[in-house]
Design a protein around this ligand. Structure first.
Ligand SMILES: Cc1cc2nc3c(=O)[nH]c(=O)nc-3n(C[C@H](O)[C@H](O)[C@H](O)COP(=O)(O)O)c2cc1C
Length: 183
């Protein structure tokens, strides 16, 4: 089973990247073939700018998403939505998302944006027939120790447990989809 974790923040001291790292660690402990894609390392052009889809960065992400059984997105919340980099990735490699199992881990500044990821989830369901993992991680700055430093880590036991639950549920659902041949 091959699961891809995509860290969508472009912030050098990203909190959601810390969640992405924990999800990767959890999946590795479960024996899953997992790979982390950190969008800070890929110069993804904006969708529909000339030949955007033919750039090496877009082709790499497209192949990774196409070949994955499941994708877990670590997403910063900007303006009550997933950040533009996450949305751009969906626009850019659209068809690669077809029929994928997708999980979400979000980090926001406050508690009020907890439903902000749903518009992205809805569009993945409606446009690409994605199945959304019915476990969500939502964290804020208070959930991190040494917040916004190189030593930043998850300080909340609850958030750590929710990341693990998301990873476990994603694996179970991916196995069920594989055996039912409905992916
Ligand atoms: C342009 C911008 C818009 C934001 N909009 C929201 C928002 O709508 N709701 C919210 O709770 N936090 C908002 N935030 C705070 C971010 O969600 C917060 O900084 C989070 O840690 C970002 O994730 P990251 O650290 O992984 O980049 C915003 C931050 C920026 C820079």
């Amino acid at each position: 089973m091959n699961i891809v974790v995509i860290s969508c923040s472009l912030d050098l001291l990203s909190r959601s990247y810390v969640l992405a790292r924990q999800a990767v660690d959890d999946l590795e402990k479960m024996g899953v073939d997992v790979r982390l894609y950190d969008l800070r390392e890929y110069k993804l052009p904006l969708s529909d700018i000339d030949s955007a889809r033919q750039t090496p960065a877009a082709e790499t992400l497209e192949a990774a998403i196409s070949e994955a059984c499941a994708i877990i997105m670590a997403v910063p919340i900007y303006n009550f939505y997933a950040n533009a980099a996450a949305k751009n990735l969906v626009e850019l490699v659209g068809g690669a998302w077809n029929n994928k199992l997708v999980g979400f881990m979000c980090v926001a500044g406050g508690r009020s944006s907890y439903m902000a990821v749903m518009s992205l989830a809805n569009s993945l369901m409606l446009d690409f027939r994605c199945l959304i993992v019915p476990r969500f991680v939502y964290a804020t700055g208070d959930d991190f120790e040494n917040d916004r430093t190189e030593e930043m880590s998850i300080g909340s036991d609850d958030v750590r447990a929710r990341v693990t639950e998301l990873a476990e549920t994603t694996v179970r659902l991916a196995q069920a989809i594989e055996s039912a041949d409905i992916g």
